[in-house]
Design a protein around this ligand. Structure first.
Ligand SMILES: Cc1cc2nc3c(=O)[nH]c(=O)nc-3n(C[C@H](O)[C@H](O)[C@H](O)COP(=O)(O)O)c2cc1C
Length: 206
C-alpha cells in the first residue's frame, strides 16, 4: 500500500462520534430535542460542542440542566426526521440559509416518547438505549465569528448525575453495559454509521 501523504482541507472534521440527542426544557415547559455529535466523556463529565444559535443551547444556558440520550443505530431514520428542524421560532436567518425549519414538537415529529427524569425536570427519550441526566457546569465560547456577532460555538461541560439504560443492555446483576448488545449510532462525515464490531479489549477493560 502507498504511504504517500496528501495535504487536504476537509470541510468538516467529523471522523466519527456517537449521536447524542440533547433534551432541554423550553420556557413553556415543553421539551426540545437537539441532535449533536460533538460529545465525549471524561469520568462523570460530558463535553458538548453546540452552535451558539439554537433552541437547545438557549434552553440549556437558562435552565442549566438537560438529558443526554444515546440512540442505537436502528433509530437513525427518526434522528434524520428531526434533523432539518430547530425549536427556535422565528427561525434565524443563519438557520433559514442552511435549510432549517421550525418544529415546535420534535418528539412528535421524530416519533419519540418522553420518560420522566429523576434528578432534573427535563424528560428523557424513552427509545434511546442510554439516557443521562446532567447539569450544566460551565461553557466556553469558541469559533471564528466577529466580535459583534458573538461566538459561533459554545463548548459546554456538563456533570452527569444519573444514568438510565434499557434493561436488556445491562449485564444482569452489574452496572456494566453489555458491549455485545450495545450498538450506538455514529455520525461520520455527516453519514450515519452503525454496527460497530468488537475488535478486542483494552488492558484496562473490566
Ligand atoms: C446527527 C447530527 C449531528 C449534529 N451535531 C451537531 C453538533 O455536534 N453541534 C451542533 O451545534 N449541532 C449539531 N447538529 C445540528 C443541530 O441539530 C441543529 O443545529 C438543530 O437545528 C439544533 O436544534 P435546536 O435549535 O432546536 O437546538 C447535528 C445534527 C445532526 C442531525
Amino acid at each position: 500500500m502507498s504511504s504517500e501523504q496528501l495535504s487536504i482541507k476537509p470541510s468538516v472534521l467529523y471522523f466519527g462520534t456517537p449521536v447524542v440527542l440533547i433534551v432541554t426544557r423550553n420556557p413553556d415547559a415543553t421539551a426540545n430535542i437537539t441532535p449533536i455529535s460533538s460529545a465525549w466523556a471524561l469520568d462523570d463529565r460530558m463535553v458538548l460542542g453546540l452552535g451558539a444559535v439554537g433552541q437547545g443551547i438557549t434552553n440549556l444556558t437558562r435552565e442549566r440542566e438537560c438529558t443526554l440520550n444515546l440512540p442505537s443505530a436502528d433509530l437513525w431514520h427518526k434522528v434524520e426526521r428531526i434533523a432539518r428542524t430547530t425549536g427556535l421560532n422565528p427561525v434565524p436567518a443563519v438557520k433559514i440559509a442552511a435549510g432549517y425549519v421550525h418544529s415546535p414538537d420534535k418528539f412528535a415529529l421524530g416519533g419519540f416518547s418522553t420518560a420522566a427524569s429523576e434528578t432534573v425536570r427535563t424528560p428523557r427519550i424513552a427509545e434511546c438505549t442510554v439516557q443521562l441526566e446532567a447539569r450544566l457546569l460551565a461553557s466556553y465560547p469558541s469559533g471564528n465569528a466577529s466580535a459583534d456577532e458573538g461566538p459561533s460555538y459554545l463548548i459546554v461541560e456538563a456533570e452527569v448525575q444519573h444514568v438510565h439504560a434499557h434493561r436488556d443492555m445491562v449485564i444482569p446483576g452489574t452496572d456494566y453495559i453489555d458491549t455485545d448488545r450495545w450498538n450506538p449510532l455514529f455520525y461520520v462525515f455527516r453519514h450515519y454509521f452503525g454496527n460497530a464490531h468488537d475488535l478486542g479489549k483494552n488492558f484496562r477493560a473490566e
